[in-house]
Design a protein around this ligand. Structure first.
Ligand SMILES: Nc1ncnc2c1ncn2[C@@H]1O[C@H](COP(=O)(O)OP(=O)(O)OP(=O)(O)O)[C@@H](O)[C@H]1O
Ligand SMILES: [Mg+2]
Length: 386
């Protein structure tokens, strides 16, 4: 079974949209797929997937396991059939309070049950942030997906998420009561030195003091190959932002991340969500749906490679491909608007109106920016004189 956890660090970048649609696409591709809503405490995947409000979910299972029940049979009852081919769904339960803070023993129970489901693919929709549960779910696979968007905060959060994941992985590899572990703890207590410490230098230090644990950590790090998915693109140039995350990860974290591709922002997604139908079913021909199919294809075609590491040039190729895809999708989006125009579905007037309202927004932002600059210059001037 291939486990595909979907994380992001920052909230609202499209994890759940990707998780639901990717699961539908993999099911359509003939892969037995289970989609689990692990955004415990803020579950909403059933809305995107368009299934009726679930009566039971992971929350029910966890409550049962807390009270001594919660065996394999109980877990099977929360794995629901869907009307999508080859797709089953495990809802999360937003109703049960305190779910976001499940205890380690409950988490272990849950992981055990998840690992025992019968599927080719297990897709895990995770919550935002870098909580230890989220990191542990992410580390259930060496090939988790980090969804991000081209904004500065989203890319920074993607990097910080990966940084936290690497630290968690190292802690796990070192194991408690080892000298390597103690070294990490000493660093952690001295917050300043941890913040400035890069993984390559930490590993060098550990190599000196605990070569045995160092070797285990290196082996795990070498297999750790998270994949990036850039969502909400507006412009082909946005695709290049992935390179920045990759460079930081290489330099500071000692990991090389792959690029799974790009997905454009598509207004249709909001309409699909409002209608409680995944975009893949609502508008399979849309640029966004086609982008998701492309990601599913990449997963399916890399099934054999997953156990091997990709060569540097193959990873490079992924970034180049994503940039080309961004260009091609942009062309497809433009062609789509032209088609709407020529078919009369969208009038020239609508288009002019859209461009005008966008121009208005841009002008407004520009004015705000100028005002802020003015205030800043004034404040600096006062500070200087005072
Ligand atoms: N490519 C896209 N184009 C347009 N809208 C999108 C796209 N991707 C996601 N959205 C919209 O952005 C919003 C956030 O998406 P989603 O809920 O999937 O994010 P999330 O990362 O799971 O958020 P959270 O951290 O709250 O769980 C939703 O309204 C969704 O419909
Ligand atoms: Mg979500």
């Amino acid at each position: 079974m291939r486990i595909v956890p979907i994380a992001s660090g920052k909230g609202g970048v499209g994890k759940s949209m990707v998780a639901a649609n990717l699961a539908v696409a993999l099911g359509q591709a003939g892969r037995k797929t289970v989609l689990a809503d692990l955004d415990l405490g803020a579950s909403n995947l059933h809305l995107i997937l368009g299934v009726a409000a679930p009566k039971a979910g992971i929350g029910t299972f966890l409550s049962a396991s807390a009270s001594g029940a919660g065996g394999a049979a109980d877990f099977e009852t929360v794995v629901l059939d869907t009307d999508y081919p080859n797709l089953r769904f495990i809802p999360g339960d937003a109703e049960v309070p305190g779910l976001a803070n499940i205890k380690p023993s409950q988490k272990n129970q849950l992981v055990k049950r998840l690992l025992s489901v019968d599927a080719d693919y297990l897709i895990l929709d995770l919550g935002a942030g870098t909580g230890s549960n989220i990191l542990d779910f992410f580390l259930m696979s060496t090939h988790g997906i980090v969804v991000t968007a081209p904004t500065l905060t989203a890319t920074l959060n993607a990097y910080l998420f990966l940084k936290n994941a690497v630290f968690r992985l190292l802690y796990g590899a070192f194991g408690q009561k080892s000298r390597a572990f103690e070294h990490m703890e000493a660093l952690r207590k001295d917050g300043a030195s941890l913040r400035s410490a890069y993984i390559p230098s930490i590993l060098e230090q550990v190599r000196e003091i605990d070569p045995e644990r160092w070797a285990i950590a290196c082996e795990r790090m070498a297999r750790f190959r998270p994949r990036l998915l850039m969502n909400m693109l507006e412009d082909p140039k946005d695709a290049e932002k992935a390179q920045k995350i990759r460079r930081s990860c290489k330099e500071y974290l000692n990991i090389d991340i792959e690029h799974l591709g790009v997905l454009y922002r598509d207004e249709m997604q909001d309409v699909a969500l409002g209608s409680r139908i995944p975009i893949l079913r609502y508008k399979p021909q849309s640029v966004l749906s086609q982008g998701i199919y492309r990601v599913a294809d990449k997963l399916v075609s890399s099934e054999d490679e997953e156990d091997m590491s990709l060569s540097l040039s193959e990873i490079e190729g992924g970034y180049r491909t994503a940039e080309l895809e961004a260009e091609a999708d942009f062309g497809a989006k433009v062609a789509y608007v032209e088609e709407l125009l020529s078919s009369g579905a969208l009038t020239q007037g609508d288009l002019v109106e859209t461009v005008r309202s966008q121009q208005f927004e841009i002008d407004k932002l520009r004015r705000e920016n100028q005002f802020l600059k003015y205030k800043l210059t004034k404040a600096m001037g006062q500070g200087f004189l005072g």
